[in-house]
Design a protein around this ligand. Structure first.
Ligand SMILES: Nc1ncnc2c1ncn2[C@@H]1O[C@H](COP(=O)(O)OP(=O)(O)OP(=O)(O)O)[C@@H](O)[C@H]1O
Ligand SMILES: Nc1nc2c(c(=O)[nH]1)N[C@H]1C(S)=C(S)[C@@H](COP(=O)(O)O)O[C@H]1N2
Length: 180
């Protein structure tokens, strides 16, 4: 992946009911809207709406990382303790490296908003040149979580030798250490 390439970003809604059309997916559009507001460099979304099935989630993540060459994949849903919530396990199953700080920070800021944030097992991992980040299913959790961790994402993608992501600094300042 060249750092001059247009950034492809995977947006994966994991929801039995949204994937069956029983309710309209609000999570994927909320992530896309957030990224459009934050990013000033060129990027392209690659969206998927899938059920809470381990093999479907792992295959989708592999496709977005290995074939589509997304530099970032953001998932929403399936991070809780319910029987069918399996997104973190699927994410770890395709991981080469775990990035536990993302889940820790998202739970910390979320706990300041809702006591039930403790129920999310959301995590983040690296697969090849891709960072995968899990978000909870509640659409309002998307901004709460991404505001906390997004400042670290452009530099993480630099370290993976991916595209250079620029942010709208009035909205969010990306952390990049000063070059010596
Ligand atoms: N993509 C979505 N769009 C709109 N609302 C959602 C979405 N995903 C989740 N929600 C809301 O957040 C709640 C918690 O999400 P969770 O991922 O635990 O879903 P769930 O209750 O297990 O059911 P499902 O997998 O069918 O969405 C849902 O019950 C729903 O009200
Ligand atoms: N920021 C934030 N985090 C949150 C929530 C929320 O509303 N906002 N919902 C919590 C709830 S109610 C649950 S059950 C867990 C897991 O949600 P999921 O299974 O939809 O991923 O995320 C938690 N984390």
């Amino acid at each position: 992946m060249s750092n001059l390439a247009v950034a492809k970003i995977g947006i994966v809604t994991v929801s039995d009911r949204a994937s069956r059309g029983e309710y309209e997916d609000q999570g994927g559009p909320a992530i896309q809207g957030y990224l459009s507001e934050i990013l000033t460099s060129e990027w392209k979304p690659v969206t998927r709406i899938i059920p809470d099935e381990l093999s479907t989630i792992t295959e989708t993540l592999k496709e977005l990382c290995d074939q589509k060459q997304c530099c970032l994949v953001v998932t929403t849903g399936g991070t809780g303790p319910a029987k069918r919530d399996i997104t973190p396990e699927a994410t770890l199953a395709v991981a080469e490296k775990e990035m536990p700080g993302f889940g820790e920070l998202m739970r910390k800021v979320s706990l300041e908003k809702v006591a039930t944030a403790i129920l999310s097992r959301q995590t983040a991992v690296i697969r090849g040149g891709t960072l995968i980040v899990n978000l909870p299913g509640q659409p309002k959790a998307i901004q709460e979580c991404l505001d906390a961790v997004f400042p670290a994402i452009p530099y993480c993608i630099d370290l993976l030798e991916g595209p250079f992501l620029k942010t709208n600094e009035e909205r969010l300042v990306a952390f990049r250490p000063k070059k010596k």
